[in-house]
Design a protein around this ligand. Structure first.
Ligand SMILES: [Fe+2]
Length: 417
């Protein structure tokens, strides 16, 4: 989705002039707010109202819900506590569009979001406009003594919204996968360019530092910067390709229980997996549903829509393993990886857990990441659906091991000879 990504003036020190004064920050975040909110609408604009209401499974949400929920986030965490004159457009929206913030009050059941036909798509657009005006007004008029605190909330709201921009695409693709007419989200969509590199990057074993070090934005789960011990290991420069995955399929990879974790083999049996998500064999050739509709599986393109279980089984079949998230970050910081960002998220064999010294953010926003730190696996990098300026080398994404509706792939690791 490379061409879908708006250039957004987020605060990345090193790329831009430092934001010296509060007034510069005020202008910067006003522009960033408009850019991010506009990008959500741009992504949704390719979808009909019917597209925007459907929910294809409990893990995926309707586009309309994403548009409303990201709006509620600003209302709940910025406007209600900090804009005394703010009046809600509809008080019932808080119940409908709170996702999982227990501290923010009761909420509608996640698996039934597709049943909420009212407010309509048009009414959600009006809700967005109502909140946009209030947030812009708050940024423009806030007293300097309050501004820093408010802009911190604006900033997390924007990064939150960018996460949902990715989900708009992954969730609608999942919905379209149920439609035998194979709808295209964007008929002109192209896979972003990717050129693989051969061989492995050997890491220097010993103590390395990982985590977010700068004072620029990051989520709480990326802190603190800390030391890790890297054992002798080498990380593949390339992502695993469709051609390699086809070898795995043709070698009976999906039929050989010896290659699979026990839970993974159960998933293969229950789900009937014989290929990555959205793959279909038509007249003997493999096709895949993409954002551009049904396309032939390109042998040289990185494999996508594989679960952790599949990534793990593939690695075992290849006589290798997945890198830990620490190894991935050390390798990525060295600059030696092809496709580290912007193609597919890469599964690691690290369980999603707090870093040593982790502290969740205070208040309701402390629920953002910390409470999910069990039973999920970490993915690193970013995908073709991630807004480009949302990606960071320290970014930790996380999903349950069977999930494969995200743009997920892998790169391998091996032990040095
Ligand atoms: Fe959210």
């Amino acid at each position: 989705m490379q061409r879908a990504v708006a250039s957004l003036p987020m605060r990345e020190r090193g790329n831009h002039e430092p934001l010296n004064t509060l007034e510069q920050q005020r202008r910067h975040f006003l522009a960033a707010f408009r850019a991010v909110r506009g990008e959500t609408e741009r992504r949704a604009a390719l979808l009909s109202p019917e597209d925007q209401v459907v929910q294809s499974m409990a893990d995926a949400s309707p586009t309309k819900w994403h548009r409303a929920h990201t709006t509620w986030f600003f209302e709940q965490f910025l406007l209600r506590p900090h804009a005394p004159d703010y009046r809600r457009l509809d008080e019932r929206f808080a119940f409908l569009f709170n996702s999982y913030y227990v501290a923010a009050g009761p909420r509608y059941e996640r698996p039934k979001r597709g049943l909420i036909t009212r407010p309509t798509v048009e009414e959600v657009a009006a809700y967005r406009a109502h909140v946009d005006r209030a947030v812009e007004d708050l940024i423009e008029t806030a007293d300097q003594s309050e501004l820093q605190k408010l802009l911190t909330l604006v900033e997390i709201g924007l990064h939150h919204e960018q996460q949902h921009q990715e989900l708009i695409l992954t969730d609608i693709l999942h919905a379209f996968s149920h439609n035998p007419t194979h709808p295209a989200y964007d008929p002109d969509w192209q896979m972003p360019p990717y050129v693989g590199k051969s061989g492995f990057l050997e890491l220097s074993s010993g103590i390395h530092q990982i985590g977010h070090a700068q004072d620029s934005f990051c989520f709480d789960n990326e802190r603190p910067l800390h030391r890790v011990l890297v054992q002798p290991v080498k990380v593949a420069r390339a992502l695993v390709s469709n051609a390699e995955w086809l070898e795995f399929i043709n070698d009976g990879g999906y039929a050989n229980p010896m290659l699979w974790l026990s839970d993974g083999w159960n998933a293969v049996q229950q789900e009937g997996w014989t290929a990555p998500g959205y793959w279909e064999q038509i007249d003997g050739s493999w096709q895949v549903l993409t954002l551009g509709g049904l396309r032939p599986v390109e042998p040289q393109a990185p494999v996508c829509h594989v679960s952790y279980y599949e990534a793990d089984a593939f690695a075992r079949w290849a006589g290798k393993h997945l890198p830990t998230e620490q190894e991935w970050e050390v390798a990525a910081r060295s600059g030696g990886l092809a496709g580290a960002f912007g193609i597919v998220w890469q599964w690691t064999r690290s369980a999603y857990a707090p870093y040593p010294g982790f502290r969740a953010a205070e208040g309701a926003l402390g629920e953002y990441n910390g409470k999910f730190m069990v039973n999920q696996m970490v993915l690193r990098g970013s995908s073709l659906a991630t807004p480009a300026d949302h990606a960071r080398v320290s970014y930790r994404n996380f999903f349950y091991p069977p999930a494969r509706w995200q743009f997920t792939g892998l790169r391998l690791s091996d032990y040095p000879e």
